[in-house]
Design a protein around this ligand. Structure first.
Ligand code: CTP
Ligand code: MG
Length: 254
């Protein structure tokens, strides 16, 4: 396509560099005792390094801000020094906070000017394919202020009331229509100003960034997620992650 015939629609944004914030400051309580989750290894490489590489694999991503466990910042810096990234990718490391939300905000605070699109990606999703990252970026470039990768649910979901006592049966109060529900993943992509405003405005506890943008009344849309973008949360997820890595090694010599 010649320059004249290229649509101006996405304008400057179509080339704008993208920054990624990677919250990695959690302990990983549900994974059981051990090192902070992001520093545990998969196929011999720390989960965080897999996650950083997965985002840096997108040509649009020029800066990655890693939000490290506060007591592990030096260790994270030396890990990043020891694992090569593409020439085009800069990396910053900042200490995290006591909640994911606070950690993301600390990462946003560290962003230099010049990146109008920001991705937020869990270190605990080390195996997200680059096509998913690029699909999120494309949807933000096309004008959506907030984009989440999403998958249909396999399980039926029940809404319950709290049990009378821990471990007691919980009364079921509703069964939402599964066809209208989605499980959402990361990276979630944002117009930077919108995400910053969300983090300045919303004070309720949330488990993802898009829900803060929803609370502002801004439009949030989905793109197709990927089953390999699952979150390593419980011990069985480590088994699955190792299996995915082993399959990749077989199929593309990864
Ligand atoms: N996270 C963070 N800062 C926190 C808590 C979580 O940066 N204070 C990050 C985690 O490192 C992870 C992502 O947010 O990459 C998603 O959180 P989750 O999967 O819940 O990880 P953890 O909080 O570490 O795990 P758990 O809830 O089992 O303790
Ligand atoms: Mg957590």
């Amino acid at each position: 396509m010649s320059d004249e015939s290229r649509p101006p629609a996405a304008g400057a944004r179509s080339e704008a560099p993208v920054a990624a914030v990677i919250p990695a400051a959690g302990r990983g309580v549900r994974l059981g005792p051990g090192a902070p989750k992001a520093l545990r290894t998969l196929g011999g490489t720390p989960m965080l390094i897999h996650a950083v590489r997965a985002l840096a694999a997108s040509r649009a991503v020029r800066l990655v801000v890693v939000v490290a466990p506060p007591e592990g910042t030096a260790e994270v810096k030396s890990l990043l020094d020891a694992h090569a990234l593409p020439e085009r990718t800069d990396v910053l490391v900042v200490p995290g906070g006591s909640s994911r939300q606070e950690s993301v905000r600390l990462g946003l605070d560290a962003l230099p000017p010049g990146h109008d699109i920001v991705l937020v990606h869990d270190a605990a999703r080390p195996l997200v394919p680059v096509d998913t990252v690029d699909a999120v970026i494309e949807a933000v470039r096309a004008g959506a202020p907030a984009v989440v990768p999403a998958l249909p649910l396999a399980d039926t979901v029940k809404q319950v009331e709290p049990a009378a006592a821990p471990g007691a049966p919980e009364p079921v109060v509703a069964t939402p229509d599964r066809s209208l529900l989605r499980a959402v993943q990361t990276p979630q992509g944002f117009d930077r100003a919108t995400l910053v405003r969300a983090h300045e405005t919303v004070t309720t506890d949330v488990t993802d960034d898009a829900s803060m943008v929803e609370q502002l009344g801004e439009r949030v849309v989905t793109v197709p997620g990927h089953e390999e973008a699952f979150k390593v949360t419980r011990p069985l997820d480590l088994v699955l992650a190792e299996a995915v890595l082993a399959r990749r090694r077989l199929t593309d010599g990864f």
